[in-house]
Design a protein. Structure first.
Length: 141
C-alpha cells in the first residue's frame, strides 16, 4: 500500500522533470569542460536526444536508472505497489529506448548512453566520454 495520498503521489510525480535534469547538467558540464560544443533536445532526430554533437555525428542520452531500467543498478528497483503497472511501464520505456537507438544508428549516428548513477563520479564519467568521443574524433579528421 502506498504511504501517500493519491493527490500527494500525483503532485510528487508531476515534479519529475524530463529534460534539463541534474545528471544531464553534469554531463553537459563535463563535455563543455572537455572543449566539446553541442546542441540540446534536437526534435528532428528520433528520440529527441539529450545531447547532440553534430560534428562527430554522435548523440548522448542521459538515462535515469529507475525510469530506463539500468541492469544491475541498485536504483532500478521495481516498486512494491502496483507491480504489474510498473513492470509494463518501465519495460515499455526500455523497449522504446532500444527502438530509438536503433533508428539513430540506421541514420548513421553513434549513440552513447550515460546512466544517472555514472554521473556521481566525474572523473570516471570524463574518462568514459573521452574514450567514446576520441575514437569518433579520429574518424572525422
Amino acid at each position: 500500500m502506498d504511504n501517500l495520498t493519491k493527490e500527494r503521489r500525483s503532485w510528487n510525480m508531476s515534479r519529475i522533470k524530463g529534460s534539463n535534469t541534474g545528471p544531464e547538467r553534469i554531463v553537459r558540464s563535463v563535455l563543455h569542460s572537455m572543449g566539446y560544443r553541442f546542441r540540446l533536445q534536437r526534435k528532428d532526430l528520433p528520440g529527441k536526444p539529450d545531447i547532440t554533437l553534430t560534428k562527430y555525428q554522435t548523440v548522448v542520452f542521459v538515462h535515469g536508472c529507475f525510469w530506463h531500467r539500468h541492469k544491475g543498478c541498485k536504483d532500478a528497483t521495481l516498486p512494491k505497489t502496483r507491480r504489474t503497472f510498473w513492470r509494463n511501464k518501465l519495460e515499455g520505456n526500455a523497449a522504446r529506448d532500444r527502438a530509438k537507438e536503433r533508428a539513430l544508428r540506421i541514420l548513421g549516428w553513434k549513440v552513447l548512453v550515460i546512466w544517472e548513477c555514472e554521473t556521481t563520479k566525474t572523473e570516471q564519467l570524463t574518462k568514459k566520454l573521452f574514450r567514446f568521443l576520441a575514437t569518433k574524433e579520429a574518424c572525422t579528421k
